[in-house]
Design a protein around this ligand. Structure first.
Ligand SMILES: [Zn+2]
Length: 306
């Protein structure tokens, strides 16, 4: 006896449609329905995956554009820093020159210490991005080398300054009567007393009223105080390294022979003692026993010359 199956369909208006199918048709229909579900699910999965992939690609492209833009900006910034470093090299050379040190050769500055790192792998990058990254890495390497060299040079300069401090403290360098103008200078001149004879003037005259403070121009030891002929009341300071200073025509002396004095210490006051016509300081600088022009040994910034 052949079995059959009835399929009854009911519409929304309760119309009934009934059909009779052979029993074998049931698994076939179920199989078809199952296949349709599988195909639909597969298509849905593929579409969803493609959509997510597309979104990921779009996001990656946006990120890539932003990264390249930032990379470009960073490259410009680092390149500017690299160019600005030239000023630091100039200052380094100037400091080394002042300190009588040999300057670092430009080739050494440009060489730095780069080249020790292995070359990065840019195979997966576009040529534009790879070139940008390559330039950036090279500039970074150069900057790192220059910074390292500058730091080493700075330490060397600092050590040199430290070793020179003691010497500098003993070289006459400040104005003995700050703010006062420099008058009659070092060299031959008409004698200010007799107005006829040409005589050598072995120092510089600094006009100031009686009692104005006179300051030691460097560290040293007082080697003489007292009356010294035409110099009048006078104080000499020995600074070592062959340097000596003389302060003449003083009104009063505030130190005694053998006293240790520091640069900027008040040692006398201005007067008009000895062979002079008015109140002023006659200041001399003596180097290894030879009287020299004191002006190069005075900080002349802000001083008016007659
Ligand atoms: Zn003089």
């Amino acid at each position: 006896m052949r079995e059959s199956a009835h399929i009854i369909l009911v519409s929304q208006r309760f119309n009934i449609l009934s059909t009779k199918l052979p029993r074998i048709a049931i698994p076939v229909i179920l199989g078809v329905i199952a296949c349709m579900i599988v195909v639909t699910a597969t298509l849905f999965f593929i579409n969803t995956r493609d959509m997510l992939t597309e979104l990921t690609i779009q996001r990656s492209e946006r990120e890539h554009q932003q990264l390249v833009a930032q990379l470009d900006s960073l490259h410009g910034y680092v390149s500017t820093m690299d160019m600005d470093f030239d000023e630091k090299i100039f200052n380094d050379n100037r400091q080394r020159t002042y300190l009588q040190m040999s300057c670092i050769h430009p080739d050494i500055w440009s060489m730095g210490i780069g080249g020790s790192k292995p070359a990065p792998d840019y195979d997966n990058l576009s040529s534009g991005t790879a070139n940008l990254l390559g330039d950036l890495n090279e500039t970074f390497d150069a900057m790192f080398g220059k910074c390292y060299l500058r730091e080493a040079s700075f330490e060397e300069i600092s050590a040199r300054i430290e070793s020179k401090k003691y010497l500098w403290a003993h070289i006459p360098s400040i104005h003995p009567v700050p703010g006062r103008r420099l008058g009659s200078g070092f060299g031959y001149r008409v004698d200010p007393i007799n107005k006829r004879t040409i005589r050598m003037h072995w120092g510089v005259d600094i006009g100031a009223s009686r009692g104005t403070p006179i300051y030691a121009t460097a560290d040293g030891v007082v080697s003489y105080t007292g009356w010294n002929g035409g110099y009048g009341l006078c104080i000499d300071v020995a600074h070592g390294y062959g340097f000596k200073t003389r302060y003449a025509h003083c009104n009063s002396i505030l130190a005694k022979r053998g006293d240790i004095v520091k640069r900027g210490q008040m040692v006398a006051t201005v007067g008009s003692t000895g062979r002079t016509t008015c109140s002023h300081l006659h200041y001399e600088v003596i180097v290894s026993g030879i009287k020299v022009n004191p002006v190069p040994y005075i900080d002349t910034s802000g001083i008016i010359f007659d």
